[in-house]
Design a protein around this ligand. Sequence first.
Ligand SMILES: [Zn+2]
Length: 83
Amino acid sequence: MPSKLIDVREYTVKAHKRTIHTRTFNFVCKQCEKMTSRETYGPRPLYCETCRPPQAPKKSAAAPPKKAKPRAKVYQSGVDFQK
Ligand SMILES: [Zn+2]
């Protein structure tokens, strides 16, 4: 397969509202391996509602986790370099 490098311009998407819909998936739970169905906004779920109750915090595109910015920290080593 031939390949080459191309330049992709940086772009941003304006904040906007979007209507998303749930989908009902029929799938086999990874944990209990039972056939189950589950309605979700996100991608195909891996676990049934028994193994992963809907109240559990889950990663989804609708609510991305806030990334903490790295902060400068002051470390005190207790080592005196000025000897
Ligand atoms: Zn299960």
